[in-house]
Design a protein around this ligand. Sequence first.
Ligand SMILES: [Zn+2]
Length: 499
Amino acid sequence: MKRTLLHDDVVFATPAADSTAYAKYGATVVAAGGAHASDYVNKLKRCGLHVAGSISCLSAHSHDLHANADLAAAVARDIAGEPIAAIQPAQGAIAAAPRYFGCVNHPAFRAYVRRKVCDAIAGGAEGLHIDDHLGSAASLSHGGCFCEYCMSGFAGYLLKQNDPTLAATAGVASFDGFDYRAFVNAHVSSPEQYLNTAASFPLHNEFVDFQLSSAADNVVALGKLAEDVAGRPLSLSANATLPALDHAVVLPRLTYCASEIDHNAPDAGLGLQTAISAYRMAEAIGIPVAATATPRDWAFVNSRRADSLVTLWIALAYACGQRFMAPNRMPCAAADAAAHWYCGPASTFSPLYAFVRKHGFLLNDFAAVGPLARPDGIPLTLETSAKRDALFSALAIPPAAPLTAGSGAWVFPRAKGDGAIAIHVVNHAYNVNSQRVERLSNVEVRLPNRIFNRIFTDATAYSYGAEPAKLTVQTEGDSSVFVLPELNLWSIVTFEYWA
Ligand SMILES: [Zn+2]
C-alpha cells in the first residue's frame, strides 16, 4: 500500500549522519536520499521508517555531461538557441563550468533521468522523491525553453487544444509544424528583449501551460517508472516551493510534498505569512506537506544560533496541519560555495517532536475551520493559467490570516469529521534580542461562535513543556472565550463536551 504522510509524522529531509538521531527524534519518514543501498534501506525499514529514494530533474552531473555528447546538447535553450545556465559558478571558482538546465522534453535528458530513477529505488525504497521537479520549466523565467523538442511539443499541444481562436491569435492557418521560436524571433532581437516582453506575446499563457504540464507529466511518468521497476506501489513526492502557483501544478498528482518553504528568517516571527499561505494552499488542494526552510533561512539560523526561532517554525507547521522536517542537518546558503550545515541540537528539538508524537490524537485527520478553512472554488487540477488564477482567487480573496490572541499568539481552530475539536495556540512573540520565544501569560482566546455553532463549557489544554490543564470556557456575546494562564510555545486546546 502507498504510504502518505500522517499529521503526526516526524520527517527527516535526508539521511541522518548519526543513525541514533532517528530514535532521538521519533522519526517516521526519510523523505529523500541514500535509498539506493539495500543495507541502508532495510536498516531503516526495520526501525519502522518510510524511506524514499531521490533524483533531481535540474541537470546532468558534470562527469555525465563530459562523457555523453547527446546529454550535453539536451539542455534548455533561449530564443537565440543558447543554453540557459541553472546555476552560475561561484565567484572565484574559475575552473567550474556553469550548469545548464536539462530539458525534460529532450529524449536524451529524459533517458538520463529515467536511469537515475532506477538507481534511486534499487535498494528497495518505498517512495520516489523528485527535487527540481519543474526541470526545464524553471527556465521560463530565464527565457526558455525554445529547444527543438519543446517547439515540436508545443505545436502538438496547440493542435490538441483544437481552438481556432488560438491560431487566429498567432496569425497562422494551422499549428501543423508551428515553430514558436521563429514566431517570437520575428518580434524581438535578443533573449533579453524577450524576457522583458514575454508576458505580452500571443500564446505566452499557452506556452507556460505547456511547459508546466510537461514538467508535471514528467514527474508522473517517473513515478510510474519507479513503480514498474519496483513492482509495487510507491509514494511520489516532490520539492514543490509553495505557495508559488507554478509549483502547484504538480501537487494534485503527488502523494505528498517534501518542500523548501521561505520562512523569511531575518524577519523572525513577522515573516511567517509565506509559510502560513503555503500550508493553507497545500491543505486546500489536499496534499500533505513536510516542510523545511530555505538554505538562506538556515544560513541565518546557523550564523545566529537562532534555535528558538526554529521551534516556532515547527509548532506553526503542525498547528497548520502540516509537518516541519527535523532540523538535523540542513544545508545553508553560503557566498563562498563552501559546505555549511545547520545541525540543530537534539536536546532542543527532540522534546518538541516527542510532543508531536504524543499528541497525534489531536493532529491526525483534523482540518482547518474558521478563516483558514478550505475555501470553495479550488480546481481539481491546475494545468492551465485559468485554473491557477482560480486557485489564487479562492485563497487570496479575502486574504487568509489566522485568528489572533493578544499581540503575540496565533489561533488555528481545527476539527475532525467526528466532531472533535483542537484549537492550536502558537506563541510567535520571538524576541530578536534575546533570541527566544518569550513566554506569554494570561492569553485570552476568543473564538467566534459562528465557527462551531456550539456552546462550550470545559476544555483541556495540552501545552508543550507543561502538564495537561483544565480550562473553563465562557460564552461572551458571539464568542467562546478561554484563558491560557501560560503559553510557552504551543498549546492545543480540546473542548470536552458541548450542549
Ligand atoms: Zn526544451
